[in-house]
Design a protein around this ligand. Sequence first.
Ligand SMILES: [Fe+2]
Length: 295
Amino acid sequence: MTDALRQHLENNNSIANLEILTPDQVSDAVRLFYRDGFVMVRDVLTPEQVSFLRAGCEREATEILSIGRQQYPSMMNRYSWGGASITNSLLHLEEWVMLADLPTLTPIITAIWDSSDYHLRRCAGEFCIPGAGYQPLHADINDGFAQYKDPRGLVELRDLPCPMVVCNFLAQDFTRVNGPTRVIPGTHHSKATIPSLEDETEEMRLSTLSPAPAGTVMIRDPRTWHGGTPHLSDEMRAIPNAIFLAPWIYERQLPSMPREMFDLLSEHGQRLCEFVVSDAPIRAGYQLRMHKKSL
Ligand SMILES: [Fe+2]
């Protein structure tokens, strides 16, 4: 079965006509982001930054795996650094602080909102280990996000302009068989019921953002339907992230960035981290929890 699945994925596990931009294509990135609910941009990290980040991901994955394996069936072999971290974030670690204000990415995030007054929500991300299967399609935010509510019942979260941007960094290549993320284009404003694994079409299952090289970023509107796919390679696959809040969103955060990490940032980086910085000591660590929803 696994051999047949591997062959099927090797042959077919790619979205049609995947465009991967370069960091200088800022206006094209904004256009594709608003059209599709995501955009891929390569070379946002240098090879040295990829190596630094990958080593950090391996260290922090080992730490989580030493605590225990996920027992929750839909999360089997999938782990969320944000979900496991006591602070919901890894902003006490330099590898993740590096992701907050990259010169290759900041112009694109700024152009998406036509403003540099956005905020960092967290830097964390996910990893999966060999053996992970399909993760159901889901959105990362739903009604109630940031306490959004229209008392008239007229304007739902999915009617709004993009409230949050998730940037997932490829800490290794995405191949067709190492659990690349599948994304369904154009679903960021959809109010249709997200199909279950059983109801999903084969085209959706194969709609992965692969192949793509390490150092690429997936920039996602978190309302866009997405999910993990089978991980049949033999190495951990990590997609650490940086999550940004629109200039018009306020959401209270746990203190997660020590002042000494804040001091490493540019003036812009420091301003966007004002929700997460703390002068008090940060108590960092992991605690595996049951998740009510897919992450
Ligand atoms: Fe997700």
